[in-house]
Design a protein around this ligand. Structure first.
Ligand SMILES: Nc1ncnc2c1ncn2[C@@H]1O[C@H](COP(=O)(O)OP(=O)(O)O)[C@@H](O)[C@H]1O
Ligand SMILES: [Mg+2]
Length: 211
């Protein structure tokens, strides 16, 4: 809404739109070109902030001293009834931060048996457990947004289910707004610092359920 037209329409308000023949262009009536330009820059800036950083409704900071703490958090999340039938969790963080590990613990806690593969090459590993469709994406190698429709990923996001997405940054132009944006960072040893950002009302309710 804001991102769509604003920068473009602002940018068209160039100096050409000010009538140079009008001698009555006092500062009190119209801002000068410099002030106008500064306002344009601010408008573009506001739009860019909205484009790249959706508003965070609430943040929870976690400190996982070891992988057992990661697994415990995953188990508590899996136990929340409102995780079903439709939740989108975006997982950000460098290689080795623990994105796949967290997903593995979550899937295990939900009842997925057997080996849980990382979808780094396949992009998507689908599961179904107790009637819940779970889609684990890894967009690390995702480059071509055309794949989004061709591979059926758009349909996955249009339907209910639990969507767990690693490297959402690489598909940012096509992904809908996540309920949770989790930012994971490896500290020394097995310690991980995690921020859980709720970006939707549903995400905020999930956070409240984790209290
Ligand atoms: N507290 C922790 N939380 C998650 N993973 C941990 C933790 N401590 C150690 N690890 C290890 O860190 C590695 C994380 O790798 P992985 O989950 O594949 O990262 P990513 O998917 O972010 O690239 C795994 O080997 C995991 O066992
Ligand atoms: Mg991974």
């Amino acid at each position: 809404m804001l991102a769509g037209g604003q920068p473009g329409s602002q940018a068209r308000l160039g100096a050409g739109q000010i009538d140079p023949g009008n001698t009555d262009l006092g500062e009190s009536k119209l801002p000068g070109p410099a002030a106008q330009f500064a306002e344009q820059l601010r408008a573009v800036d506001r739009s860019m902030v909205l484009l790249t950083h959706p508003p965070i409704l609430e943040t929870r900071r976690l400190d996982w001293p070891d992988e057992a703490a990661c697994a415990a958090f995953a188990r508590r999340l899996a136990a929340l009834p409102s995780l079903r039938p439709d939740t989108f969790i975006a997982l950000e963080g460098l290689l080795g931060a623990g994105k796949t590990t967290f997903v593995r613990h979550l899937l295990r806690a939900l009842g997925v048996p057997g080996r849980i593969k990382s979808p780094t090459f396949a992009v998507l590993e689908p599961y179904e457990v107790d009637g819940l469709v779970v889609s684990h994406f890894d967009f690390y190698r995702f480059e071509d947004a055309r794949e989004w429709a061709d591979a059926g990923f758009r349909d996955v996001f249009a339907a209910p289910g639990l969507k767990l997405v690693e490297w959402p940054e690489n598909a940012a132009s096509v992904l809908p707004l996540a309920d949770w944006q989790m930012e994971l960072a490896a500290l020394d040893g097995d310690r991980r610092r995690v921020s859980v950002n709720a970006l939707t009302d549903h995400g905020q309710r999930l956070l409240a359920g984790m209290a």
